[in-house]
Design a protein around this ligand. Structure first.
Ligand SMILES: [Fe+2]
Length: 343
């Protein structure tokens, strides 16, 4: 509620200069008309002049405040009788005093608005610095994770860029797209906490080892949530990237559209990338076989709409299959260095 009001207020303050000037002018004329036709300054209506004075200060700061206050002082002074019906003019001292008061109120308001401008500029600067700080934090985390397991180097970047393209195809925009990209880049961050003996094991995993691996989506999500509340949406995508459309995934076993869209998208990008690249326990599958696997899992492991978008992109040649392992953050050029969670 407060936010909506604040946004409307901001839009109002950004009114172009000409309409703002016309509005102030109309309010001055309206205030004069209301005061005159209700009998003159003996009544309370001249107080209406404070409205255009405040708006003059709001839109045009000190110069606007002075000009509006001076115009109001003249309109409510020599151009306004004390009593219209009796034809009594205002004493000079009275309207001069009122004009001085108008000028003072206009000036004070304009100075306060200028102070507010300065404070807002400082806050924006601070927000920008914070955003850069968060981006650097995420980049370090992503690098840290990539260094842990060199056999999967470049995996996160390919998942992130393909997830981003699927998201764009599905109509995601702005903040949702940025969060999806970062979730793709950091989806396996939680593997940092999985012991080497399990993570780098070449043979098949035992049941208990697999249970340990299954903790990584929650580990990764909790790590990000611990850094900043602004990472909530990214964490959600990380937490849900091993959920399955049929509800047999982990960690929660949610199904269908109860799985966050970012998780459903990353699931497809992740599996495709893993299948088409060498792993310690197998060689890369040909792309056709990987695509066949993805299609076979529609409605089981994967969201049909996400797979459809993925296949369309693949046919259009827009799915990255291999990037150079050294170019870990090359794809940042496509998304820009945005702070997830920021408006
Ligand atoms: Fe994973």
């Amino acid at each position: 509620m407060g936010r909506v009001f604040q946004e409307r207020l901001t839009r109002f303050s950004e009114l172009p200069k000409v309409p703002a000037f016309i509005l102030v002018l109309l309010l001055l004329v309206g205030s004069w008309t209301a005061s005159y036709y209700t009998g003159g300054t003996k009544h309370a209506y001249p107080h209406l002049f404070y409205v255009p004075i405040l708006l003059g200060a709001y839109f045009f700061r000190v110069p606007g405040a002075w000009l509006t206050a001076a115009a109001a002082g003249i309109l409510a002074g020599p151009l306004m009788p004390l009593d219209v019906d009796a034809g009594i003019a205002q004493p000079l001292g009275l309207w001069l005093f009122r004009m001085g008061f108008f000028l003072l109120i206009g000036l004070l308001t304009a100075v306060l608005f200028s102070q507010l401008d300065r404070r807002l500029a400082e806050v924006n600067e601070l927000m920008e610095a914070l955003a850069q700080h968060h981006v650097r934090t995420l980049m370090v985390l992503a690098q840290l994770h990539e260094l842990r397991d060199t056999s999967t180097q470049g995996h996160s970047q390919r998942v992130a860029i393909n997830a981003l393209r699927i998201g764009q195809r599905l109509g995601l925009k702005g903040e949702d797209l940025h969060n999806l990209y970062w979730a793709g880049l950091l989806h396996d961050l939680g593997k940092i906490l999985v012991p080497d003996g399990i993570l780098l094991k070449e043979g098949p995993l035992t049941e208990s080892e697999f249970l340990e691996i299954q903790k990584h989506p929650a580990f990764g999500a909790e790590t990000l949530e611990g850094i900043s509340d602004g990472f909530q949406a990214v964490a959600e995508g990380i937490r849900s990237h091993h959920e399955r459309w049929d509800g047999h995934g982990y960690p929660k076993g949610v199904k269908g559209k109860d799985i966050p869209l970012a998780g459903r998208i990353i699931a497809v990008a992740d599996v495709f990338e893993a299948l088409t690249n060498d792993r310690a326990y197998r060689v890369a599958l040909p792309v056709e076989l990987a695509l066949a696997y993805i299609q076979r899992e529609v409605g089981l492991q994967f969201d049909p709409e996400v797979v459809q978008a993925f296949l369309e992109l693949h046919r259009a040649g827009q799915i990255s299959i291999s990037l150079h392992p050294g170019d870990i953050f090359q794809s940042l050029g496509e998304i820009g260095r945005h702070f997830p969670g920021r408006r």
